[in-house]
Each structure stands twice: as C-alpha cells, then as structure tokens.
Design a protein around this ligand. Sequence first.
Ligand SMILES: [Zn+2]
Length: 291
Amino acid sequence: MKYCPLCRSELKDRTIDGRTRLGCSSAECRFVHWDNPIPVVASLVRMPDGYVLARNASWPVGLFSFLTGFIDRGETPESAAVRETQEELGVRAHSAQLIGHFPLTQLNQLVIAYEVRADGELKLADEIAEVKVVSSTELAAFDFGPLRLTSEIVSWWTKLGGVEGQADSAAIRALLQTYEAAINRRDVEAAVATYLPDADVWVVGYDRIVGIDAIRQNEQRVASSPGFEGWATSVDAIRFVGADVAVVESTGTVTIGGGRIAERLTWVVNRTAAGWRIAAVRIMSFQRVGS
Ligand SMILES: [Zn+2]
C-alpha cells in the first residue's frame, strides 16, 4: 500500500501509541493502515478410519496440510470449519473441537485450528488435488515440509492429548468402557475393580454430550439416568478456559443392584455445534461405598 485509499495522499510511517504504523501523510486525513491479521480457519479432519490431509491443487506434489478457509460474514469460526470440511471433502462433518489459535506472521493471518469429526464418503472439490488418510501415529510423524505451522499445530494437539494413539489413553478409554459395561450389567464389584489407583492419565475423545448448562442452572445436579436405580453427579467446580472449554470436577454416586459406587472424575468439556461434549475424562477414583 502506497497511497491513502481515502484521499490519495502518500502513506508515510507515523508513530501511534509508540508503534510505527503506515498512515496518511495529509494532516486533514486521519487514515491509518492498521494491517491487522485476518482470521483463517484450519480443519484437521478426523474420519472413523483416520485423519485426512489434503493437497491443494495449486501445491507441489508431496505437500499436504489441513483444510483452510475464510469465515463468512456472520459465521462462527466453528461453523466455518464444519462448512469447509463438507464443501472440500464432500463428507458429513458433525463437530468441531478447538485446537487453538496460531499467528501465521508471513501471511498476516490468525489461524484458528479445529479438529473436525466427520464421516461419509470422500468426494473432493476441484481445489483439492488429492488426500491422504493417516493414522494418529502417522499424523504425529508426518513431514509437512515447509508448512511449519501445520507441524506446530499437530505437536500442540498431540501434547494436549487430542491426537489419539498414546497407549495410555487407549488403555484408559478401554477401562472406562469396561466400567460402563459393568455398570450396565449392574455388577458393582467389576465396576469398582476397573479403577487404576495410580492412573494419572486422561481419556480423550470420549464423545458424550453433556448438559453443562443444565448442570449450572439446576444446582449443579444431573438427573438420574434410566436403567440405574440411581445416578447422581454433583459438580464441585467448573473452571472455564475461554468461553468454549471448561474443566469440570465432579463427584457422583451410582446405585445399582449390588451396592453403591462413589466416583470422582475430572472432565474437560468443550462447546460444539451439538452442545457441550466431553472431550476428556480423568478418573480420580471409583470406590464402593456400601450396599
Ligand atoms: Zn488520506
């Protein structure tokens, strides 16, 4: 930019609030070229059989990354991530979980990255030359070449536990499934036996919708669930990490045929288009507390 778009005078460096900005040289015109970054949405698409990496038709062979796109006027970044996924891959996208915000200085963009869960058959748009579907292990080790921000986002997401494949979280997920199966069979001993006393690990991608708004509004109490004699969870603390992610500390009791179990869980929940979703669960304890 060389000339003022308002009065056509030349643009010159000006000091505004201690920072150098390009501004109009005319004393009557107050135009400043702020040059703020433009938000861009990046979707790491996760299908049932793996993560989808795409090569844009204008990119060299061998270069793959997430899907990216701009946000339409009035659209939330989350809906943009879902829309881009559907438009570019032809699949059905059903949730977008925030990975984080990343400045891309070279392009003066702010990349808002999401993991988008999708399924269905891939029908690529013209702008996508090809895709690769990779496992979590392949994703973590993938060579994104010069696309350093893509690698950075993948490492960040892996560190947060978003990319599955770590043995621990798979083991804990299996454990939680065993616990729920035992609960469903009303086998209190088996349910309690699933607790790992030293488990300092989280279940990720747990994928259960919860009524966090209901929890907050109704004296932090979740209604009992049909099938059990009683299931009450009280929320001891909700800590919001931004507007769309919260860490919930909960204690609950499950009363089933053979007795009563006290459970202490920490959840990480995030807001998706479909509602609040449990993104991760940490098992603190399952304990038998009587018959
Ligand atoms: Zn001007």
